[in-house]
Ligand binder design. Structure first.
Ligand code: NAD
Ligand code: UDP
Length: 318
């Protein structure tokens, strides 16, 4: 049990990242309140936590006000996969913007510290590489990704205005591509897509020529970074990049997944989606300095663990 047990609200707690965060903070002896509308999250993700006396989950949409008493808030509620956030783009913007207003209003009323899960998408299709927190981004405000990118940018603005105007204690994390067990098998993100396709022996759908780059962070590392950020002193707000700086072309990810799964799958090319960023890699100098943090799980090891998870999931479906 920690020296001081905290009451912690996690919005989006039944999602991929949220469920890992719930688990970790519960293991550290805290009281966890998990709030989710189950748009992309699943009860299965938190099933193992439900019997725990310090864990409570309830269905709630963050676009509506919430009245609870907690010490800290991790605001993760928002679909993260392009397919899911583009499914109902108006709701995506509402979730980011109205959700931020509601959670910041809650933090203000009860004096809680609040962390925002922002994203590397605030940098859009970046012209600065790797991306530092000082870079202001290159976002198309009219395109199909804008509901997510601009929603997250506006949420950051709200966080800093509540901080300046109302002295709310804020932490803003800019999360880069993260993967691991409990990703939704059909959420369309590249790691889950490639692994599921490889395990089923289906074609691996590479968008464009696969020369676009990403840098993939294993979920345990990411969760560790978020918790360290929440623990920083009152004068540190972020924004701060949290991600793995090991950058690879998406084509190479496909090849690695095929090799690690020993799959007969072949790579097939599909059109590159509009506004798909051509390169992305975090500069994590600030995270190293302020959080003493950097990722520890190499890509192949993280992929092996994720493959094992999806093997179990697909075996259960069979
Ligand atoms: P996810 O889709 O698995 O989880 C999001 C969760 O939020 C789901 O459980 C969903 O049901 C819930 N949710 C959505 N709208 C809601 C609403 N209106 N009210 C209440 N709950 C709602 O995605 P994830 O990968 O776990 O992402 C979590 C957070 O981290 C998101 O805010 C996302 O923008 C951010 N992020 C993730 C990544 C990544 O690579 N995973 C990268 C950058 C940022
Ligand atoms: N991608 C791909 N095949 C897929 C899914 C995604 O080639 O089946 C590519 C996508 O075009 C992008 C990268 O993989 O360049 C990462 O996509 P993802 O949706 O995971 O996240 P993004 O970083 O684009 O938000």
């Amino acid at each position: 049990m920690p020296l001081t047990r905290k009451r912690i609200l996690i919005t989006g707690g039944a999602g991929f990242l949220g469920s890992h965060l719930c688990q970790r903070l519960l293991d550290e002896g805290n009281d966890i309140l998990c709030v989710d509308n189950y748009f992309t999250g699943r009860k299965d993700n938190i099933a193992q936590l439900l019997g725990h006396q310090n864990f409570e989950a309830f269905r709630h949409d963050v676009t509506f006000p919430l009245y609870v008493e907690v010490d800290e808030i991790y605001n993760l509620a928002c679909p993260a996969s392009p397919i899911h956030y583009q499914f109902d783009p108006v709701q995506t913007t509402k979730t980011s913007v109205i959700g931020a207003i509601n959670m910041l209003g809650l933090a203000k009323r009860i004096g809680a510290k609040i962390l925002q899960s922002s994203t590397s998408e605030v940098y859009g299709d970046p012209t600065v590489h790797p991306q530092t927190e000082a870079y202001r981004g290159n976002v198309n405000p009219l395109g199909p990704r804008a509901c997510y990118d601009e929603g997250k940018r506006c949420a950051e603005t709200l966080f800093f205005d509540y901080h300046r105007q109302h002295k709310v204690r804020i932490k803003v994390a800019r999360i880069f591509n993260t993967y691991g067990p409990r990703m939704h098998p059909n959420d369309g993100r590249v790691v889950s897509n490639f692994i599921v396709q490889a395990l089923k022996g289906e074609d691996i759908t590479l968008y464009g020529d696969g020369g676009q780059t990403r840098a993939f962070c294993y979920v345990d590392d990411l969760v560790d970074g978020l918790i360290r950020l929440m623990g920083t002193g009152a004068d540190f707000t972020g924004p701060i990049n949290i991600g793995n700086p090991h950058e690879i072309p998406v084509r190479e990810l496909a090849e690695r997944v095929i090799a690690l799964t020993n799959s007969p799958s072949k790579i097939v090319h599909r059109p590159l989606p509009q506004d798909d960023p051509m390169q992305r890699c975090p500069d994590i100098t600030l995270a190293r300095q302020v959080l003493g943090w950097e990722p520890t799980v190499p890509l192949d090891e993280g992929l092996r663990r994720t493959i094992a998870y999806f093997e179990g999931l697909l075996a259960g479906d069979a």
